[in-house]
Structure formats: structure tokens, C-alpha cells
Design a protein around this ligand. Structure first.
Ligand SMILES: *[C@@H]1O[C@H](CO)[C@@H](O)[C@H](O)[C@H]1NC(C)=O
Ligand SMILES: *[C@@H]1O[C@H](CO)[C@@H](O)[C@H](O)[C@H]1NC(C)=O
Length: 296
């Protein structure tokens, strides 16, 4: 743990200080503190310090000073020297990013020192998005949706949404869930559409802490499946040499029965060279055929 802390030196700043005065025989008391220069709100963080050549016991306190609060990270009596100490702490949840200070204060009978170091406390920006199981729903169907939250490294995170709701095409809130939390990054909910809902575009909206929103749209439509399908097969290329053309048209109801119908075939040869301005030649040469039959 300590090794990781020390190796990420880029984000840390080092404070080394010799305390004033001292007898020549004994080295001066020294302290060293490693503090992060950037921390995220609502996360685990750590700072370490090392005290050496202490000649008296001191009371040591480390405070994280923010605009609206001071958080005491450490407040203890230190007698031993050459001991390195790390403090793990939870950073506060914040509304906006801010610059704060780590303040170290040590007081003994003769020793008194203070040091402040600024730290950027950054608002953690999670990504959140909503998915529905379909894009279009029919009346009476169940809309299943999930909300996913990821951190800046795309790892799932828990996020609390004060309210999640569904808005109909008229902008009215027709369902809502309070205090929705993504556990391990995901939360799933569902909503039953009525038999005769307003048709159109609906929205699933999740309001986040700090007033942001994420939304996703889906539509509700009364759609009917096609009752039959028609397959047409024609040759990819015809030449003027061809005497016959093989065209196959096949119509079938979805339950398998053939469809009765009329086939109209129009065969055209278009003039490619429209720059030959001979009158009438802009028109294609076409021939029409009709065939009424059972399309099977
Ligand atoms: C400890 O060291 C400081 C600085 O060197 C000195 O001023 C102080 O008198 C010493 N205290 C004791 C108790 O020796
Ligand atoms: C935090 O501590 C500092 C230094 O002691 C002080 O000036 C400040 O007023 C304190 N802030 C709050 C919000 O208590």
C-alpha cells in the first residue's frame, strides 16, 4: 500500500522541513508529509507522513480544510520517531470541484509547526445512461429499462438517483421511482403500458444529484405485422439479345397459404447517352406484360 502511494509521485507533493534550532549533538527534528494534490469527492484517499529525530512528544493534527467544512483526518499524540504513518480517509461528497488545503499542525513543549498544502478536490463525473429492451412498444406491453453508471475509467459504480420517471408524449409524468440506486453499476425497472396508451414518443428520465438528468426515448405505436410477403426474383442483367425473361413472383400469407394477385411486369431499356438530342430518344423503350394468377 505504502509502496503504491510513494510510487505515484506525480500526483503527490512532498513537504520536507527541518524544525528550527537544535543542539549540534542531535540532528534537528524533521517531518515529511506526502499528500495528494488531486482527490475525487466521495472516494478513498490516503496521505502519509514521516517524523524523525523527535526530541519530545508532540500533538499532531492533520485537517482537510474546505470551503464549508474542516475535516479532521488525524489528531494524536506522537512520541515515537522515525515511524511512518499513513492515514486512509474518505473524501467528502461535494457539489462542485474546489481547492482545499491539507493543514498539518504539530505542538509540543518547545516544538510548534504548521504547514498547509493545497489540494484540488474534484467532482467525480460518472457516466450514466438508460437503455430500454425495445425501441418501439405496442399498447399493453411492458417497458423494461435499465440505468447503468460508470466511472471515469468505465468501471461500474453505484450511483443514487433521487428520482426516475416516465414522461408521456404530452410531457406528463406517468410513473416514477424514488431513490433509485445502481448496485454494481446497474439498476433495472419496468413499466406496464395500458391497453390504450397515448401513442408517440415517451421518455425515461433519471435525475441525478446536482440536478443533471439522463434520458432515453422510446415510442409507443399501434403497429400491425404484415399479413403476407411477396418475393420477386428477376435476372440481374438483361441484354437486347434475350428473347425471354425469367421472372418469379411468389406471395405467401404468414400462415403459409398462397396469395392471389395480379402481376404487372414493365421492362424498359433506358437511353444511356442522354447527350444525343434526337427527339423522342430521351424516352425509354418499355414493354408491359400482365399476368393474373395465384402467386404461389
Ligand atoms: C528539541 O529540539 C528543538 C529543536 O532542535 C529544541 O528547540 C528543543 O529545545 C528540544 N527539546 C527538548 C525537550 O530537548
Ligand atoms: C477551518 O479552519 C480554518 C483554520 O483553522 C479556519 O480559518 C476556518 O474558518 C475553518 N472553516 C470552517 C468552515 O470551520
Amino acid at each position: 500500500m505504502a509502496a503504491r502511494m510513494w510510487s505515484s509521485a506525480l500526483t503527490l507533493c512532498l513537504l520536507i522541513s527541518a524544525l528550527p534550532g537544535g543542539e549540534p549533538a542531535q540532528p534537528d527534528p524533521q517531518y515529511m508529509m506526502l499528500v495528494p494534490t488531486l482527490i475525487h469527492g466521495g472516494q478513498d484517499a490516503k496521505l502519509c507522513f514521516l517524523l524523525s529525530h523527535l526530541n519530545e512528544s508532540i500533538s499532531l493534527s492533520v485537517t482537510l480544510e474546505l470551503t464549508n467544512q474542516n475535516i479532521t483526518l488525524l489528531d494524536k499524540e506522537v512520541t515515537e520517531t522515525d515511524e511512518d504513518n499513513c492515514i486512509a480517509f474518505q473524501t467528502p461528497n461535494i457539489e462542485t470541484s474546489e481547492v482545499g488545503f491539507f493543514a498539518l499542525q504539530a505542538d509540543g513543549d518547545t516544538l510548534h509547526f504548521t504547514k498547509r498544502r493545497n489540494v484540488l478536490l474534484k467532482l467525480q463525473q460518472h457516466l450514466a445512461f438508460i437503455q430500454t429492451d425495445k425501441a418501439i412498444y405496442k399498447p399493453g406491453q411492458k417497458v423494461q429499462f435499465r440505468i447503468a453508471s460508470l466511472d471515469e475509467n468505465f468501471l461500474p459504480v453505484s450511483e443514487h438517483f433521487p428520482v426516475v420517471f416516465i414522461e408521456n408524449p404530452q410531457g406528463n409524468r406517468i410513473a416514477q421511482w424514488l431513490d433509485v440506486e445502481t448496485h454494481k453499476g446497474i439498476v433495472q425497472e419496468s413499466f406496464q403500458l395500458t391497453a390504450e396508451p397515448i401513442q408517440g414518443t415517451y421518455k425515461v428520465i433519471a435525475s441525478r444529484n446536482r440536478g443533471q438528468r439522463v434520458e432515453h426515448v422510446f415510442s409507443v405505436e399501434e403497429y400491425v405485422l404484415p399479413k403476407y410477403e411477396v418475393q420477386v426474383k428477376i435476372p440481374p442483367i438483361l441484354t437486347i439479345e434475350d428473347q425471354e425473361i425469367q421472372v418469379t413472383v411468389c406471395g405467401k400469407y404468414t400462415y403459409g397459404k398462397p396469395v392471389l394477385g395480379l402481376i404487372k411486369v414493365r421492362v424498359c431499356r433506358k437511353f444511356q447517352q442522354s447527350y444525343t438530342y434526337c427527339p423522342g430518344e430521351e424516352d425509354a423503350v418499355c414493354e408491359e406484360l400482365e399476368h393474373a394468377d395465384d402467386l404461389a
